[in-house]
Write a protein of this length. Structure first.
Length: 367
């Protein structure tokens, strides 16, 4: 069985993540290829698409959201994802067990707060409110509280948000706009019910196409689902061995892996990019010393900078205006001059994308 080094795994996944060469593809193609983009930071998907696509402009994603070809809703790991509408309808039912755990095991909103409730009645009441129009969490609480006066309104609203296939409607997630999340359901917003017969095999195959080679544990980490080993067992997959851990990793049989010596350009990833969230073992992206020094939360809540395929720094825009935009970069270690020059060049490209009319400033800060 072929052994794959960490670098081989790194290059293979970067290649299919479209992070070695930007692709001439549409935003919708990219969203579907990646099986969605992490989107709890509403504008993060715009940077995620820019870093992967040639010529991407925010208006393209705005159009997809406003025309309802793409949506933002709770998906993998019970977190907000930008999905194509057809993928949301196809795969949302598969994620239901993870969302049920999010509701009933939640320390803040679940457990004893929901015991003895007629949950079907709660969900019907939530649908009734959203039928009137997309509702904020506050509006859901105000609607549900009088119906169950002995229960915590926040717990009721949280159950509705998670147990129904809810979608956060625009202007949330629209470039240059903002506002509190307002929710509708897939059936109300897309005029279509979710797939009554979803196929988990399809979800696993799509995962491997975008994130492989990967282990069963990796797929479970990405999706938030359990018991996927039986899915892997019945699929026609190619098996490798992770040389660093000795564990088996799997891939689609028709995919040829790139040369592990392939050069990788500097790439800026947005907050919570799925590249850094979609494997149980993240050593292909972040070296041991960095993982020991920084918490995963620190790495993910800011943008991450990849150089030579490894996370080498964090970045953030500091309250950009129309006239001035400052990009702070916090390297994990001292960077050679040539490396910093490559980073600065791509940083200017990022600033041109995010704030094209502003003056640009790049500063180095402590991580």
């Amino acid at each position: 069985m072929t052994k794959l080094s960490l670098q081989a795994l790194n290059r293979a996944t970067l290649h299919r993540q479209w992070l070695i060469e930007r692709q001439d593809a549409t935003a919708l193609d990219a969203i579907e290829h990646l099986v969605g983009l992490q989107a709890q930071s509403p504008l993060a998907p715009y940077v995620g698409l820019w870093t992967r696509l040639n010529g991407f402009q925010p208006a393209e994603l705005v159009t997809l959201l406003e025309e309802r070809q793409a949506v933002r809703g709770s998906m993998m790991r019970a977190t907000i994802h930008l999905m194509s509408s057809r993928d949301f309808l196809a795969f949302r039912p598969l994620i239901q067990p993870r969302l049920e755990r999010e509701v009933f095991q939640n320390i803040t909103y679940g457990r004893h707060r929901l015991e003895g409730l007629d949950m079907d009645a709660v969900l019907r009441a939530g649908i009734d409110r959203m039928t009137e129009g997309p509702a904020t969490a506050v509006q859901l609480r105000e609607h549900l509280a009088p119906l169950w006066p002995d229960r915590e309104p926040a717990a009721l609203a949280h159950a509705v948000r998670c147990l129904l296939p809810t979608i956060q409607t625009p202007p949330r997630g629209i470039w240059g706009k903002g506002g509190n999340p307002t929710m509708s359901t897939a059936e109300l917003w897309l005029d279509s019910a979710v797939d009554p017969n979803p196929v988990v095999d399809d979800l696993v195959l799509r995962y491997l196409a975008a994130y492989g080679p990967a282990s069963v544990a990796d797929a479970q980490t990405w999706s938030g689902l359990t018991h996927l080993s039986e899915v892997f067992d019945r699929l026609d997959l190619r098996q490798y061995t992770d040389a660093s851990s000795g564990r088996p990793v799997y891939d689609l049989p028709h995919i040829t892996l790139p040369d592990e010596s392939l050069e990788v350009p500097t790439r800026f990833l947005p907050e919570y990019d799925n590249l850094l969230l979609s494997h149980a073992d993240r050593t292909r992206w972040i070296d041991t010393a960095t993982r020991q020094r920084l918490t995963l939360q620190e790495v993910l809540t800011k943008g991450s900078l990849l150089h030579n395929g490894q996370a080498r720094a964090l970045w953030k825009l500091t309250k950009p205006t129309k006239t001035r935009s400052v990009l702070e970069i916090a390297p994990f270690t001292n960077l050679p001059r040539k490396t910093w020059q490559s980073i600065e060049s791509e940083a200017h490209n990022l600033l041109t994308f995010t704030t094209p009319t502003a003056t640009h400033e790049i500063t180095r800060v402590e991580a």
